[in-house]
Design a protein around this ligand. Structure first.
Ligand code: G6P
Length: 367
């Protein structure tokens, strides 16, 4: 049968509301709730001895890969190289035999990602793909597939597939860290508990609709918007900026908050709102001082934070959205939801064709 909007205004809004469900379903595939351990399907290579991972993807899937890089490097101590597929293919990076090619795609049909897969394949490396469409071309051409359980995604702008990709990459990180002796049972339990906690924390994000719409009112008036984040929150800023560009046609740029002073700070004035993702993590103080610098130059700060960061953020922000506080590890997954919701609400205010934005296609099958 055909898929309906179930009373939502757009497929994108419906799919945004599926985040909690999709994160939970994806976890069910990989986590045993009783033992609180991650179990991946058997793969024809050993995560313990893989010398390096090469991550490649396009669009939102690429940003999921960037979060994956932070996790795999910091937690599993696995060296990671990453690039967008349309560049990776032509960079011809030198690769050690036995390396892992990690491809990420909702559709499994994106021409650039598929071409990168085929060129990596020639280098005798293992191809592991994170895919939402199980019977896709990339699924057939991969050595192993880890499925995101997001269901069909109709909105051209990706939403729930992205958090499902992050959920899979989080589980892959835990399994890799354990295999490499970087995670004892207690530490694994702590990370798994943080993941299992996510569906209910994600559901709480929707109580912040009014605050997100307030921010949308400011962003909708702007011609340019600067998104900031640090660490694993930097790719979430990039995802927020991409989503805003795609569906509201407002120009947005994402910067690593610490890099702002090396260039984009010259753009800051009252007309360029700054959207920052700053949950209370070990990078909170550093990011906040970057935001102070922006505020001192007349920047209007619109901040996504959490219950632990709220007091200090409220002292400097023009407006903020307060999410539940979660473990640092999973904070980028939770913080994705409000930046996508913000883009959605701005697009609604602008009256664009939210589900079918101009010039874009759900899966781009030309290189
Ligand atoms: C298109 C869409 C993006 C998407 C990208 C990758 O460009 O507009 O939203 O992230 O393709 O799609 P994939 O199916 O490979 O994840």
């Amino acid at each position: 049968g055909s898929i309906g909007k179930d009373g939502y205004r757009h497929f994108m809004e419906k799919e945004l509301h599926e985040h909690p469900l999709v994160i939970g379903q994806t976890l069910q595939r990989m986590v045993d709730p009783a033992s609180r351990r991650v179990f991946l399907p058997d793969m024809p290579f050993d995560l313990a001895t893989v010398p390096r991972a090469v991550i490649t993807a396009c669009g939102s899937a690429f940003y999921a890969g960037m979060v994956g890089r932070y996790w795999l490097e910091a937690i599993a101590r696995l060296p990671v190289d990453i690039d967008v597929a349309s560049e990776m293919r032509y960079r011809n990076p030198p690769l050690t035999e036995g390396s892992l090619g990690l491809l990420i795609s909702q559709s499994g049909e994106t021409a650039d990602t598929l071409a990168a897969l085929r060129s990596l394949r020639q280098k005798a490396i293992h191809i592991l793909s994170v895919l939402n469409v199980e019977h896709s071309t990339m699924a057939r051409e991969s050595d192993s597939v880890l499925g995101t359980v997001a269901g069909p995604e109709i909105s051209v702008a990706s939403t729930k597939a992205f958090t499902a990709q992050l959920t899979v990459l989080a589980c892959l990180t835990i399994a890799t860290a354990r295999a490499r002796g970087m995670l004892d049972a207690l530490a694994e339990e702590e990370l798994v508990a943080a993941l299992l906690d996510l569906p209910s924390r994600a559901a709480e994000v929707f109580t912040q609709g009014a605050a997100i719409r307030r921010l949308a009112g400011v962003v909708a008036e702007a011609r340019d918007v600067l998104y900031l984040g640090r660490g694993s929150m930097f790719p979430i800023a990039m995802e927020g900026a991409l989503k805003l560009k795609e569906i509201s046609y407002i120009h947005a740029e994402a910067y690593a908050a610490g890099e702002m002073k090396h260039g984009p700070i010259s753009l800051i004035d009252r007309t360029v709102p700054i959207v920052a993702s700053v949950p209370y993590t070990p990078l909170f103080d550093k990011t906040l001082s970057n935001l102070q610098e922006a505020k001192a130059r007349g920047g209007r700060l619109l901040v996504f934070t959490d219950t632990k960061g709220a007091d200090r953020v409220s002292a400097i922000a023009e407006d903020m959205v307060v999410l539940p506080h979660v473990h640092d590890f999973v904070a980028p997954i939770l913080q994705t939801i409000p930046v996508q919701m913000l883009a959605y609400e701005v697009a609604v205010l602008k009256g664009t064709d939210v589900d079918q934005p101009r010039n874009l296609a759900k899966s781009v099958t030309v290189e």
